[in-house]
Write a protein that binds this ligand. Sequence first.
Ligand code: FES
Ligand code: FES
Length: 177
Amino acid sequence: MRITVTVDGTTYLDEVEPRTLLVQYLRERLGKVGTVVGCDTSNCGACTVHLDGHSVKSCAVLAVQADGCEVTTIEGLARDGQLHPVQRAFHDNHALQCGFCTPGMIMQSIDLLAENSDPDEQAVREGIEGNLCRCTGYQNIVRAVRDAAHEMRPGAGPEAERMNEAEMGTQAGVRRS
Ligand code: FES
Ligand code: FES
């Protein structure tokens, strides 16, 4: 089947099998290996990306379901060599150990902050409950998300604007593969 999908600001026209999962398409066709597979059964959240601005587990979405949509992966967040505020907060708070869960955790956290710009600890824990981390005990992850919320509050200046820009993406070109 033919699909047109914009991923991290670039539009792709592609032929895919109807059974191809979005995560397979991202990793195997587009080389977006920052999006990882932890379980393949929609339990771990490691494969989380944004589909039209909302987080989805890309192992639970078919590539054809992304036809006509905009996808943002962990690789589309940084702008002009600057990390997204949530990426930086994870770094600054040591919110990772092996890092395997981190791309999905960050994508989910950004969606959480779009819904609730000032989540308390409980709201953060509930917001990331579909993302599993085997290493950190979650304490620093929660701290990072709350720090990022502080950074990104409306009126917080350039960082808040960068978040919006990262979500909007820029259409840099059209590729056929
Ligand atoms: S790989 Fe998608 S939820 Fe685990
Ligand atoms: S940092 Fe290792 S799984 Fe989360």
